[in-house]
Design a protein around this ligand. Structure first.
Ligand code: SAH
Ligand code: SF4
Length: 411
């Protein structure tokens, strides 16, 4: 016998609407599609559509893949291992277009920020997302977006205030990495001699901490990150890719098995009461369920920890009692803790915790055996977060650069 369906009360709908907005999926794909970002099987199909016979497809996919993701080809004519005829045929059907750059900012320390324009709905305005590159001595991290806007409404996040939401396609997700490598001239320019060590790339790490909730755009994120991690292409290993989620519990295990990248969880509060307010998705998936999902994250070990993000909000979640409660909550979970100084935006109702308080909080966490939970040097100014990059149109200020650093330090 099936249980009768519970009638939906008007109050339920209102409550649900506070938690999530619906994504808008109408947008105009370009007339000639780009091959950038297609997973291998979709690329094989596309080559088939351009007349490549079945028996040649595997080899052709391999060749095109190399040109796209190792050599960074921007034109079919660069693909000199393909015949002229095939190159012309491919160009008749497809492009190698990347997402369009609307603006680029380069800072003295090498941090770069790109405003990316994506197609909008029919006759509508195009959509914009941001992508940031943060160079460090031992790595270069690219912070990418998974959605235009976000269906969730975290009360401290500027992205959450945006009404419009659209999922990025795998091509647009991969396109951000390809575009960064283009702008940084980070491609292997010549064929490597046999047996040579792979060259070191500038973009060595990727964090999905820009706009959007990646686990609400699951398939596109999975397929896109699969292309980014492919060892014969962009080759950014899954250990160097971190996906940040606000806690979409049913998709966390799936992320472990189907995507297999490092996980970061936006925790931000140690009680359901407060987390309901900061991350309203908590009303759907409360702390206990979220932490159970983390405990059971496939592949979790001391060498492969979950990063717990904790935004420091003055007088809200930053007491030392909160710090101790945080330690109790995470007990038994192989974890890293990343304290992110809150970056205020016009109209935000929170303030960033005082630096002294962040240090004290950090000390409690550090004394419990977690390595330096705040990575910014003492006394430095407050930081910003990728999550609300689109709002900042001015030149990338030092405090924002430092902010980005703090949040993208996941290993
Ligand atoms: N939607 C995903 C990933 C994007 S947000 C998530 O929520 O995890 C990436 C990180 O930036 C999250 O930890 C988010 O809580 C944090 N963040 C958002 N707005 C912020 C702000 N104003 N100051 C500091 N961190 C912020
Ligand atoms: Fe969305 Fe993440 Fe911002 Fe919450 S913090 S509104 S989930 S982007």
């Amino acid at each position: 016998m099936t249980a009768p369906l519970a009638a939906t009360q008007p109050g339920d709908i209102a409550a649900a609407a506070q938690i999530e907005k619906r994504p808008l999926e109408r947008y105009v794909a370009p007339a000639k599609p780009s091959l950038v970002g297609l997973p291998r099987d979709a690329l094989a199909e596309s080559l088939g559509a351009a007349g490549v016979p079945e028996r040649q497809r595997r080899m052709r996919v391999q060749q095109v893949w190399h040109w796209l993701y190792v050599r960074g080809a921007q034109d079919f004519d660069e693909m000199t291992t393909l015949s002229k005829e095939l190159r012309a045929e491919l160009a008749r059907h497809f492009t190698l277009a990347r997402p369009e750059i609307a603006a680029e900012q380069v800072s003295v320390d090498g941090t770069r920020k790109w405003l990316i324009r994506l197609p909008g709905e029919i006759a509508g305005r195009p959509h914009e997302v941001e992508c940031v590159y943060i160079p460090e001595t031992d790595r270069g991290t690219l912070c990418i977006s998974s959605q235009v806007g976000c269906t969730l409404n975290c009360s401290f996040c500027h992205t959450g205030t945006q009404r419009l939401v659209r999922n990025l396609t795998p091509g647009e997700i991969v396109g951000q990495v390809v575009l960064a490598r283009d702008r940084l001239a980070d491609w292997q320019r010549a064929a490597a001699p046999a047996g040579a060590e792979p060259e070191k790339r500038l973009v060595s790490n990727v964090v999905m901490m820009g706009m959007g909730e990646p686990l609400y755009n699951f398939e596109a994120v999975r397929d896109g990150l699969g292309v980014v991690a492919d060892g014969e292409g962009l080759s950014i290993s899954k250990r160097r890719i971190t996906l940040s989620t606000s806690g979409v519990v049913p998709n966390i295990a799936r992320a472990g098995t189907e995507i297999g990248v490092m996980l970061a969880v936006s925790l931000h509060a140690v009680t359901d009461e407060l987390r309901n307010e900061l991350v309203p998705l908590n009303r759907k998936y409360p702390l206990r369920e979220l932490l159970d999902a983390c405990r059971n994250y496939p592949g979790l070990s001391n060498a492969r920890r979950i990063t717990f993000e904790y935004v420091m909000l003055k007088g809200i979640n930053d007491s030392l009692a909160d710090a101790r409660a945080l330690l109790r909550l995470l007990k038994g979970i192989p974890a890293k803790i990343n304290l992110i100084p809150f970056n205020p935006w016009p109209g935000s109702k929170y303030e960033c915790s005082d630096w002294e308080q962040i240090e004290k909080f950090s000390e409690v966490v550090f004394n419990a055996g977690y390595a330096s939970p705040v990575r910014t040097p003492r006394g430095r100014d407050i930081l910003a977060a990728c999550g609300q990059l689109k709002s900042a149109t001015e030149k990338l200020p030092a405090r924002e650069r430092l902010a980005l650093r703090a949040m993208t330090m996941t290993d």
